[in-house]
Design a protein around this ligand. Structure first.
Ligand code: NAD
Length: 263
């Protein structure tokens, strides 16, 4: 299937590793020009080189922290200045800390809200005028299965990502008339640095082994294994493509069947 992504311009946030990087790589593989951002210059440059070498695509690394409004704006502007257009926005950020209700004070909630909700809002706000001019306007938010089924010890993620889904569903209604589709992709357990850090936390807090920590996740997944980042990136690339032109307002889990709810 030709995804129709050749020469489209994509901004993929928080993409020096993990799911953001895998999404940028798949978009680049399909012929898109890709701007990526992250906070650390060395890891970002390395990721940009890797994606460019693997795909031959034009890749623009922009050092930016999506929790900082001016950085998020600069990231989007850099892509538009370089290529004169923007067709696809993939919002993403690191995950919030693990813990339960009594672990977090007001400041911690505000920080998590800024990290996972406001970063999505501000990237979309900055990108929107450009996406409206595209014939293939796409917004894809990387969220979590925690927005569909609460996960233990992840109250910040559970609560805040549900809010992001509310934003995405609302925007699917509001931006549809502009020809822009707005969807979320909800990762289940996919083997990235974030997931390894969740395993490590469980080892420290519960005195179990890494193997036991991993098994606690895989036992919930009908496919019996963790996902790989490229399996996630492929779904993002499809939703970004011309071939997904009638998919709007979907909150699509990529989780090996972990979520058992019907909705
Ligand atoms: P990761 O921690 O492995 O990678 C996160 C990337 O984001 C890194 O490149 C990091 O440098 C960058 N980043 C972090 N904070 C940033 C910021 N403020 N500004 C710019 N860049 C920033 O995480 P991941 O596994 O790729 O997950 C991506 C998102 O999906 C996270 O929000 C995570 O919580 C969520 N998620 C992941 C899984 C999973 O199993 N991997 C499952 C559910 C949800």
């Amino acid at each position: 299937m030709d995804l129709g992504l050749k020469d489209k311009v994509a901004c993929v946030a928080a993409a020096s590793s993990g799911l953001g990087k895998a999404s940028a790589l798949e978009l680049a593989r399909e012929g898109a020009r890709v701007a990526i951002c992250a906070r650390r210059a060395d890891r970002l440059q390395h990721a940009a080189r890797e994606i460019a070498e693997a795909t031959g695509a034009d890749v623009l690394p922009v050092i930016a922290d999506v929790t900082v409004p001016a950085d998020a704006a600069r990231f989007i502007r850099a892509a538009v200045e370089r290529w004169g257009q923007l067709d696809i926005l993939v919002t993403n950020a690191g995950g919030p800390p693990t813990g339960t209700f009594e672990d977090f004070d007001e400041q911690a909630w505000l920080e998590a809200f800024n990290l996972n909700f406001m970063s999505t809002w501000r990237l979309i706000r900055e990108a929107l005028p450009h996406l409206k001019k595209s014939d293939n306007g796409r917004i894809i938010a990387i969220t979590s299965v925690s927005a569909k089924q609460v996960l233990p010890n992840l109250i910040l993620s559970n609560a805040i990502r549900a809010g992001v889904h509310g934003l995405i569903k609302s925007l699917a209604q509001e931006l549809g008339p502009h020809g822009i589709t707005v969807n979320a992709v909800c990762p289940g357990p996919i083997l990235t640095e974030r997931l390894v850090s969740l395993f490590q936390k469980a080892v420290e807090e519960r005195g179990i082994t890494m193997e036991e920590a991993q098994a606690a996740w895989t036992s919930q997944i009908p496919l019996g294994r963790l996902g790989q980042p490229e399996e996630f990136g492929a779904v993002v690339a499809f939703l970004a493509s011309a071939r997904a032109s009638f998919v709007n307002g979907a909150l699509l889990q990529v989780d090996g069947g972990m979520i058992r709810g019907i909705m």
